[in-house]
Every structure is written in C-alpha cells, then in structure tokens.
Design a protein around this ligand. Structure first.
Ligand SMILES: *Cc1c(COP(=O)(O)O)cnc(C)c1O
Length: 461
C-alpha cells in the first residue's frame, strides 16, 4: 500500500496488541484475500490458518457470498429493525431455528459476539424478573471460559490478565470447575473429568440454585482459554442439572458453531439444546459483523405483554443488518449445496493424520482435535522464552507463509473449510517447520523483549 509508513500505521490502535511491541511483531499489511489466502502489500501470500480469528468459513472474497452481498447492496443496505422488518432477517431467523429442530425459535440479532452474550444475560435475568423472581439474577461461568470483552461479558469470562486489569469494574459471578480433559489424572478418562466438573455445578446449584439466573458455557471447546476440549457427557449433565434446578443454560457457540466441531452446532453432539444459544463469528461466513441469540418459546412468552417494561429492553443501531443477513444466508446455502459437514470430515481426518507425528515429539503435549479445530501444547522450560513464544512462533509462521496466533504456548489450527487434503498436509508441514525454527532460535536479541516474563497481550488469541 503506497504511503503506509510506520507512523501512519500507528494511527490505528489495534485490538489485543501492545502497541509498544510493534517493533518485534510488525503489522502484516494486507492488500487482498482469495480463498484461504491473504496477500500482503508486497504480494507475499499467507494461508489463513486461523480463519481470521475463527470467523471465516468459506475463504476470503468467496464468489457466492460476494454475489449475495452485492445483490443486497442494490436493494437495501440497512434499515432499522425497530418497527420495521425485512426478508433477509426473517429468512435467517427461520433457517437458524430450523437448524435447532425448531427448539430455539426466536432470534434476537446484534452485531458482535460480546453483544450477544450481554443480550443472553440480560434476557435471562429479565425473564426471571417478569416471572416475579427478581432475586434470580446471579450468573455462573466456567474456569478458563471466554465470552467477550464488554463489561457484562467480561464478568463471566475467566482470563487472569483481564481480571487483573478490569476486575474492579465487574459484577461478581460464580465460577465453577473446568471440564478441560487435560486435567485427567493418570488413568482417568475425559468423561470422568467432565463428571467431576459437573459435580461442582451440582454443589453450587444445591447451595444457591434459587438465586441463579443462568449458567454460561462454551460447548465442547473453550477456545480463547487455550482450545481446551471436553467430553460431550459434560453437556448432557449440565443440561440435566440446569433443568433440575430451573437454571437457564446459555450455550455460547460463537466460536464452535457452524460446523467447527464436526456437527453444525456443538450441542448436537450431546443431543441437548440450551435455553439461549449465542452465535456470531462464522454466522455471516466471517464477512460482516453479525450475531444472534436464539431462545426457546418459553423465554419469548415470558416477555409477551402490553406493558413496555416487561418487554426485552435492548437495541443496537445495526441490529439485523440486511447485508450481513444476506451473507449469512449465502453461507448457509453453501453448507447445503456443498455438503460441507461431510467434506469437513475428510479435511479433519487429513489434519489428524498430518499432525499424528507430533504425538511422539518430546516438546509437544496434549495433541487434540475436535472436527476442524486442532491444537497442541508446547513445553518450554525457560520462562522468558515461554512468555515470548506466541509472538516468535507467529513471526516464524509468517516466514513459512502461514498466519498463526498461538494462545500462550498452545498452537492451534482452525482453517477455513476450503482446503484440499494436500493443502492441509502442506499447512501442517509448515506449522511444524515454524515450530522447529521457533524452538531452535536463540533468545530475542532485543533486551526489552527477551526480558519480558509477564504474559503479553499476544498470549491471548
Ligand atoms: C469471540 C468470542 C466471543 C466474543 O465475540 P466478539 O465478536 O469478539 O465480541 C464470545 N464468546 C466466544 C466463545 C468467542 O470465541
């Protein structure tokens, strides 16, 4: 991009970035995208192995999604969704509901994931209030969970770095054990770890169940918490406990929805439905900001009244944006037309086969995979090297033509659903080469960077 000097680049304050470390990890200036590839301003290519923060499903500049958005652009780019409606929002609500077998038939739209979480939390507490039980307003979240970074969502997010910085601003929430299968003791199964974690919920519900509005979980994979995976039996047990104690279950499938874990929705693997389902990221195929909270009939009925204050009080300017809804509809069409869940099984198997050699690598532990998410942890003894690993690995990956952002010392692959098996093998080969280069590299030359032992912002996704 002509005229993009280092100084003009700093005019943009980047998310999840310590701007003071940009000398060590310079920004990647992108010019265009095509399929799984991103191209920088110098014409170099990078395979987007993390789907641009887990949002992109069918590649960049996808012709079918482009055509739908362009068509919509000529009809209606945006209009308010209060007092007005339009076909893209209605059709999308209907199709999403159908994907839950009609269990979650009411769609409340917003623009990003964190807002969907705010909506689910507010809706749950307000529902109890309308029920005459305003004291049911406490929330429960899971250790290592991540639900976004607005204040309400942060209150149910368990990331120590965020807690340190913003804890005083947050309403308290109950935290229960994580079902992360990596916690298994010798001889213990993932299902046993899940049962232990569920027992912690049973204990809390037994003590305080009548004060609790909702429990929020990330089904099957706690992504931002380091791609922590758990047994599907956790979901079955959580559903049972919530029903038993009358607590709402909020499933945050913002990252794991849309085929990521092998099924269209992660909850399907346990045969359960939550009371609230939050979707975003892949919802628009990763094209435009869009999120939605799907809820059950009983939730919707709890707000039906003629009194304003008993209606759900929430709005965003771009709620249900028609362009974003059309992108979402085009993305759902691709799922149907290309039998994406089936072809992803082939991709996932190719990923598993290619990664298998890491099982015997002494530096690698907990190689794990759930559908189109694969991850492993890297053992690094030196604290300074460990703290800078994710940044150094990111840079080494760039040299190997792939875009990766390890979470701390967890390396993960979460590519778009467009790679052929040989491209997946290439991706895994490049990842291993970048890992070898990172682990072989001497400590960073800059004393400022090598002295960094505090977790850096780059540690989080
Ligand atoms: C990304 C994410 C969010 C937040 O979505 P934003 O659009 O970034 O606000 C919430 N929950 C989960 C599980 C996520 O992965």
């Amino acid at each position: 991009m002509p005229g993009l000097s280092a100084r003009s680049l700093a005019g943009v304050w980047h998310p999840c970035t310590q701007m003071g470390l940009l000398d060590d990890t310079p920004l990647l200036a992108l010019a265009r995208g095509e399929g799984a590839w991103l191209f920088d301003t110098e014409g170099r290519r990078y395979l987007d192995a993390i789907s641009s923060w887990w949002v992109n499903l069918f590649g960049h500049a996808n012709p079918r999604i482009n055509a739908a958005v362009v068509d919509q652009l000529g009809r209606l780019e945006h209009a308010l969704l209060a007092g007005c409606t339009h076909a893209p929002a209605v059709e999308l609500a209907e199709r999403l509901s159908a994907l839950t077998g009609g269990e979650l038939g009411h769609a409340f739209f917003a623009s990003d994931g964190a807002s969907a979480i705010e909506i689910a939390l507010k809706m749950s507490a307000h529902w109890w209030r309308n029920r005459g039980l305003p004291e049911r307003n406490e929330f429960v979240h899971v250790t290592g969970g991540y639900h976004g970074e607005t204040l309400g969502a942060l209150a149910v997010t368990d990331v120590p770095l965020f807690r340190q910085a913003y804890g005083p601003l947050l309403r308290s929430s109950h935290r229960v054990s994580s079902p992360d299968a990596r916690q298994a003791a010798a001889g213990e199964t993932a299902a046993q770890v899940a049962a232990r974690a569920a027992a912690d919920i049973a204990r809390l519900f037994g003590e305080r169940g009548t004060q609790i509005a909702a429990l929020i979980i990330e089904p099957l994979v706690q992504c931002a918490g380091g791609m922590a995976m758990h047994d599907a039996s956790y979901l079955t047990e959580v559903r049972r406990l919530c029903t038993l104690h009358g607590v709402h279950l909020i499933a945050d499938e913002i990252a794991v929805g849309f085929g990521r874990t092998g099924t269209f929705l992660a909850c399907e693997q346990a045969g359960i439905w939550p009371d609230f389902l939050c979707l975003s990221k892949g919802l628009s195929g990763g094209y435009l900001p869009l999120s939605v909270v799907l809820s059950r009939e009983a939730i919707y009925q709890g707000f039906l009244d003629t009194r304003i204050e008993r209606g759900f009080l929430h709005s965003h300017s771009f709620t249900g944006n028609p362009l974003a809804c059309r992108a979402a509809l085009a993305s759902l069409d691709i799922f149907d037309e290309d039998q994406v869940l089936d072809t992803n099984r082939v991709r996932a198997a190719a990923m598993a086969n290619a990664l298998a050699p890491l099982q015997t690598d002494p530096c690698v532990s907990h190689l794990r995979q759930r559908g189109m998410i694969a991850a492993f942890d890297v053992t690094i003894d030196d604290p300074a090297l460990r703290a800078s690993f994710s940044r150094r690995m990111h840079m080494a990956a760039r040299e190997h033509e792939i875009l990766l952002r390890p979470i701390g010392t967890t390396v993960y692959l979460m590519p778009p659903y467009v790679l052929e098996p040989d491209q997946i093998r290439w991706l895994v080969g490049q990842t291993m080469a970048a890992l070898d280069q990172t682990l072989a590299a001497p400590p960073l030359a800059s004393p400022k960077a090598s002295g960094l032992t505090q977790p850096s912002l780059h540690q989080i996704p």
